[in-house]
Ligand binder design. Structure first.
Ligand SMILES: NC(=O)c1ccc[n+]([C@@H]2O[C@H](COP(=O)([O-])OP(=O)(O)OC[C@H]3O[C@@H](n4cnc5c(N)ncnc54)[C@H](OP(=O)(O)O)[C@@H]3O)[C@@H](O)[C@H]2O)c1
Length: 313
């Protein structure tokens, strides 16, 4: 199978094409024929990209761990999928990712793909929507009526966080650039703050129940004073991972695969309640451009998607 892997000793995401043997699914695994994969630009710099699970150096990683595709083969004891079924999901950060014609994953990392989405749209959902879901419900303990402040509301994760919080009956406040305000209002944000010209702590009236931070740094540090003393600040910003500040450490989490949540998300999509956004679609050969910020002319919202295999009929 054709793959793109990270070139050795490269600072930027230099990807090189290689041909590898098609993997075989082991017990509990599913082999997915990848239709499309969405890019997370910060991935080349992650610990899991340059290290294996034991902490030893890792070279030549195959990036991109969320995808849409069809089931190509099932390992033993997998009974919840059938060969040829359309699926979407993610795979283990330490495993080879989806910039490849085939990708191996655990059967609990997947769900049937939403029916109303094209594969290029479905590929944008797993990481961003699960991150928003887990941040709001598992880490933020969201209740209807909560006041939720989303930093980076127009980002790939923020767009889901606004929608999911709104659907759950929250009063959503978001920081973003003013050109994105109409879109975010349409998704359910009730108060919008221009992060370029306003300090959110001077605009928001009273404490909030949850801060969902996707920005990190000073934005996150200024947020701790904004939340009720018995409620939660949640951060996903990559810069938060290595912080020595215990408040930041305690607020940070990394998204985990969860098939039940993916199925609930797919239902919200198929009933028209939840939207996903595609910034741009690029061919396999141009995947490095997506990591290096060289894809132009996109919609400006959601992720850049790489097409891998054309969908099977
Ligand atoms: N921990 C996890 O499990 C996990 C999962 C997914 C993503 N992440 C990380 O989360 C971060 C966000 O991901 P993403 O995919 O949503 O990114 P993204 O699509 O690039 O969006 C970033 C957004 O942040 C906005 N922004 C930048 N500075 C801001 C500020 N000071 N105040 C408010 N908004 C600001 C940008 O708005 P403008 O374009 O208008 O400037 C943009 O809309 C990244 O660091 C990513 O690696 C972590």
């Amino acid at each position: 199978m054709k793959v793109l892997r990270l070139a050795k000793s490269s600072d930027s995401a230099k990807l090189v094409e290689a041909t590898l043997a098609e993997p075989e699914p082991g017990p509990g695994q599913v082999l997915v024929r990848v239709s499309a994969t969405a890019i997370t630009p910060t991935e080349p710099g992650w610990f899991v990209t340059s290290h294996d699970a034991s902490g030893a150096p890792r070279e030549g990683a195959i990036l991109s761990h969320e995808f849409s595709g069809t089931v190509a083969a099932l390992g033993s004891s997998v009974h919840d999928f059938t060969v040829g079924q359309a699926v979407f999901g993610m795979n283990d950060w330490f495993a080879d990712g989806a910039l490849a014609e085939y990708c191996l994953t655990g059967h609990t990392f997947l769900a049937p793909a939403p029916l109303r989405l094209a594969p290029t749209q479905a590929a944008t959902v797993p990481i961003s929507a699960l991150t928003a879901w887990q941040g709001l419900f598992q880490h933020g303990h969201l209740h209807p009526g909560d006041r939720v402040l989303v930093h980076g509301g127009a980002g790939a994760v923020g767009l889901f966080a606004i929608q999911i919080a709104h659907l759950h009956g929250a009063h959503v406040i978001a920081t973003a650039s003013p050109e994105d305000f109409p879109l975010l209002r349409g998704l359910g944000a009730k108060e919008l703050i221009d992060y370029h010209s306003q300090r959110f702590e001077e605009v928001i009236q009273g404490p909030v129940d949850i801060v969902f931070d996707t920005v990190g740094g000073d934005t996150l540090l200024r947020s701790f004073a904004m939340v009720k003393h018995d409620r939660f600040v949640v951060t996903i910003a990559t810069t938060s991972e290595s912080s020595g500040d215990p408040r930041v450490k305690n607020s940070f989490f990394i998204v985990k695969p969860n098939p039940r949540q993916l199925m609930e998300i797919a239902t919200l999509i198929d009933t028209g309640k939840l939207r996903t956004f595609v910034d741009a679609v690029v061919p396999f050969a141009d995947a490095a451009d997506a990591f290096n910020g060289k894809v132009t002319g996109g919609t400006g919202h959601g992720k850049v998607v790489v097409t891998v295999n054309p969908p099977t009929l």
